[in-house]
Design a protein around this ligand. Structure first.
Ligand code: 15L
Length: 274
């Protein structure tokens, strides 16, 4: 991919990828609502509000591939999710089509399927079970991506990101941890692999406790280098500081499932076996 646009450049993932991507994609254009405070002299940046179609079209001009990390990245009020992720997500794919972009890698999330119980191993073809308004917006983004792949021939990869960071933060994250360099591998597959039409990958490193079947990513060449169990002691020590959470500890989405959960814990059922 000659020219790559990365949205969400000032966010957590964007900040880390800004350092890892330039050796692979030297012609990298960064975008966010505001420029990152530490923007370097060699970095190219264009501000854009994802909810404004004209601004999104402007950042897609002359671009070959997009890494879409922009938008709201946690649970939030409906209007914020609506503007950033629903309207913003649609604008991104539509602007990509209009401007002749060839590939889009969409940062989906594990919260698109967060209401699967932890003991239930899932593939990428399961029915969506979002655990939040944020999760619903990720399901929406995946659906728009599928539409633009099937109808308009855009090559689309959705990465259901687990927990991105230098190490797994607690017991749950031992199953879903994603090392930054492994996310870079998944992005490169989405941007450059010749066989991409529409794909969904789980954004997870090599985690022995994984809940996810990620075989398609491996078929396309993914070889994660992160191993969550190497940080087991740290994760379990952090877990010991947390209060028990009957709902969050049962489902894959953790606290995203327990927040706003209405009262009755008898509703914690293994519906996946019904
Ligand atoms: C996400 O999708 C969020 O962006 C991130 O902040 C974490 O909460 C992560 O999921 C997680 O599930 O740990």
């Amino acid at each position: 991919m000659p020219r790559v646009l990365m949205t969400g450049a000032a966010g957590g993932i964007g900040t880390s990828l800004r350092k890892l991507l330039p050796p692979i994609y030297p012609d990298l254009l960064l975008s966010d609502l505001k420029a990152p405070a530490d923007l370097g002299k060699d970095e190219k940046f264009k501000a854009a509000d994802l909810a404004d179609m004209a601004q999104v079209e402007a950042i897609c001009e002359g671009v070959d591939g997009i890494l879409h990390f922009g938008g709201y990245s946690v649970e939030g009020p409906w209007d914020s999710i609506l503007q950033s992720n629903i309207i913003g997500g649609y604008n991104l794919f539509e602007a990509a089509r209009k401007k002749g972009v060839k590939r889009v890698v969409f940062a989906s999330s594990n919260h698109a399927v967060g209401f699967y119980p932890r003991h239930h191993r899932i593939g990428t073809d399961v029915t969506a079970r979002p655990d939040s308004r944020y999760g619903v917006s990720k399901v929406f983004g995946e659906a728009v991506g599928a539409l633009y792949a099937d109808k308009h021939g855009l090559g689309v990869t959705c990465i259901r990101i687990g927990n991105f960071g230098e190490k797994p933060l607690d017991h749950r994250r031992l199953s879903i941890w994603l090392k930054p360099e492994d996310l870079v591998q998944l992005c490169c597959i989405g941007l450059d692999h010749p066989d991409i039409h529409f794909e969904i990958f789980y954004g997870a490193s090599y985690n022995e406790r994984a809940w996810w079947d990620n075989h398609r990513a491996y078929e396309l060449g993914y070889r994660p280098t992160g191993r969550a169990e190497d940080f087991r002691e740290h994760a379990m020590a952090e877990q010991a500081k947390l209060k028990p959470d009957p709902v969050g500890d049962y489902y894959q989405g953790g606290t995203f499932c327990s927040m706003e959960f209405d009262g009755d814990e008898s509703r914690i059922v293994d519906w996946s076996k019904r």
